[in-house]
Design a protein around this ligand. Structure first.
Ligand code: DGT
Ligand code: CA
Ligand code: CA
Ligand code: ZN
Length: 586
């Protein structure tokens, strides 16, 4: 068990104890313990093996015993019993924004609330608003929160869906009876959230392929099973559908099950307009619905289906009936960015604020990945809960990065760290003054504590864009997918300001964010605003988010020329100077 999981369990114990109304000191001991374990710099098993756990300040005897049990056996009896003793409905209430353990205890004791359903009923009858410390506004927010929770529960984030789907696809690919196979549906289109995962395979032995699929390890249960299709629930709770077709049907089925529905409808209409019929079984020379193989046009690939309907090949990411037909007809589809075009990233964190790796570890890892540069943009001082940097510490970091880069240069290596800051956008200014910002290679400005009013947030972000030292606006809407709605902001107005000032907009490719949303890049591109795909990495592994970012950027029709971090280092440095030079010239 790794330290992250141990820290998670300790935190959860703290929360469960709070829900039971236990002594706050006890709760806090677990929360502190979680923090200490989470930020350890050496392997936890080694600390335990050498009996040095007790040397950590804040880890008392009780915690030592529990951490040891967890790490050595992978389980903790105390935790399991504690979990069983708290109604699961109470724990589920923690997912509602604005509800912490203290409020939940009040709801439980005064109104007998121990589930989402009971909370909803209590809100609807107005009883929650009458509780001390709650009020009508809170009651309304709770109802809204419950509604979102229900909506969210039916979908999965892109990264989780991919992680679940890729091993299954691989195992289908290796099956001797599978001829061709693919992911289909929203996942193939790189949607930011996924309802269920769809697979398609072609085979002469569909039953054997279905048997293999339903017997894969890690399925929770089989929902439906026929000779050519099956649905299972994966261990993560995600539903996965498989269909098996003949190889002649495969391209048609792939196009159909990739969707989306609106795109399919237009395809079908185009077929009808040409005296043809299109469905999941083929494209037929027929005026009626049919699946007669003798009437089927022989298309080997999706590209041939598009060609038969007088269209250029439309990449799956673009199949949303979002303008792709008009462009494919004119041969005007853009040549989309490729993941491997990315040369580095411009918004990342290290141990200097709330990241998990040092400057040295970060540089070594990113160089190893083959990247050319990696900007270190730790938080500014206002983000105290994220260990934001005071100006003095930032200047120290600038020196440390310069020294590290010097060592790289001396060793004849080309990789560089860039200095930077993710500077907080405050109510009436940025968290750092211009003099300090001017000393940095890269400045990302982010709004972490938004106002309630759209006009106010819009104004703050426009002001940030107008600052000559700000290169990039970070995660523009602050949304957390399936967790938190965006704060209110007029995105078009902010994009306009970026266009005017030469400010870039981030596509934050942390899978919780994927912000700016792909739908907004159409407008941004039309205004000539450039994109930066940033993982907002807090760990080295987060560099992998760049792949998600590239997929979502493709979905926004972005080309290599429109994405700043496709530039090689020397060109990037020039681009970073442009806005500042322009302002200096007046
Ligand atoms: P999801 O699962 O909600 O994230 O979204 P999708 O797009 O994966 O939807 P899903 O799994 O229900 O169906 C996969 C594809 O199958 C969908 O994108 C288009 C196609 N499809 C499903 N139902 C219909 C339909 O009633 N009409 C048409 N034309 N296509 C459909
Ligand atoms: Ca689906
Ligand atoms: Ca499906
Ligand atoms: Zn941020």
């Amino acid at each position: 068990m790794d330290k992250e999981r141990v820290a998670e369990i300790l935190l959860e114990i703290g929360t469960l104890l709070e829900l039971k109304g236990e002594n706050p000191f006890k709760t806090r001991a677990y929360q502190n313990g979680a923090r200490i374990i989470g930020s350890l710099n050496e392997p936890l098993p080694r600390l335990i093996a050498e009996g040095r756990l007790g040397e950590l300040k804040g880890i008392g005897a009780a915690l030592q015993q529990k951490i040891t049990e967890l790490v050595t056996t992978g389980r903790l009896k105390y935790y399991e019993e504690l979990k069983a003793s708290v109604p699961s409905g109470l724990v589920a209430l923690l997912d509602i924004p604005g509800l912490g353990p203290k409020k939940i205890i009040v709801l439980n004791q005064k109104l007998g609330v121990d589930s989402l359903e009971k909370l909803e009923a209590a809100c609807q009858t107005g009883r929650v608003a009458q509780l001390p410390g709650f009020g009508a506004k809170t009651q309304e927010n709770l109802l809204q929160g419950i509604a979102y929770r229900r909506l969210y529960a039916q979908r999965t984030r892109l990264d989780e869906a991919l992680q679940a789907a890729e091993p299954i696809l691989e195992s289908l690919r290796q099956h001797p009876d599978v001829l061709r196979c693919s992911i289909a549906g929203s996942l193939r289109r790189w949607r930011e959230t996924i309802g269920d995962v769809d697979f398609l395979a072609s085979s002469r032995q569909p039953v054997r392929v279905i048997e293999h699929f339903v017997a894969l390890p890690g399925h929770r249960n089989v929902v439906a099973r026929g000779d050519t299709k099956a649905s299972v629930i994966l261990a993560t709770g995600i539903q996965a559908d498989l269909r098996v077709v003949s190889d002649a049907e495969y391209p048609f089925a792939l196009a159909y099950f990739t969707g989306n529905k609106e795109h399919n409808i237009v395809m079908r209409q185009r077929a009808i307009a040409r005296g043809l019929r299109l469905n999941e079984y083929g494209l037929f020379r027929s005026k009626e619905e049919t699946r007669d193989p003798k009437l089927r046009l022989a298309c080997q690939t999706e590209a041939e289906i598009f060609a038969a309907l007088d269209l250029a090949y439309v990449p799956p990411e673009l199949r949303e009936d979002h303008g792709e037909f008009e462009a494919a007809e004119r041969g005007a589809l853009p040549r989309l960015l490729e993941w491997t075009d990315l040369k580095g990233a411009l918004h990342n964190h290290t141990t200097w604020s709330d990241g998990h790796h040092t400057l040295e570890e970060t540089a070594a890892h990113m160089e190893e990945l083959g990247l050319q540069y990696w900007a270190v943009t730790d938080h500014s001082r206002a983000a105290f809960q994220a260990n934001g940097l005071e100006p003095q510490r930032l200047r120290k970091q600038i020196k440390a990065i310069a020294a590290l880069n010097q060592r790289l240069a001396d060793a004849g290596r080309e990789f560089r760290l860039l200095t930077g800051s993710e500077v907080d956008v405050l109510k009436d200014k940025l968290d750092f003054d211009d003099r300090l910002l001017a000393e940095l290679d890269v400045v990302v400005a982010s709004l972490h504590v938004p106002a309630r009013e759209e006009a106010e947030n819009t104004k703050r972000l426009i002001r940030a864009a107008e600052n000559q030292y700000v290169h990039i606006l970070g995660h523009l809407t602050g949304r957390l997918l399936l967790e938190r709605e965006p704060y209110p902001v007029n995105q078009e107005a902010v994009i306009d300001a970026c266009a005017e000032t030469g400010t870039w907009i981030e596509l934050n490719c942390n899978p919780w964010r994927l912000d700016l949303d792909w739908r907004k890049w159409f407008y941004a591109r039309s205004k000539g605003v450039k994109c930066v795909i940033n993982p907002d990495a807090h760990r080295n592994g987060d560099a992998g988010y760049l792949r998600l970012g590239a997929g979502v950027a493709r979905k926004g029709w972005l080309t290599r020329a429109e994405v700043i971090n496709t530039l090689p280092l020397a060109k990037l440095r020039q681009a970073l100077r442009k806005k500042r030079d322009r302002a200096a010239r007046g």
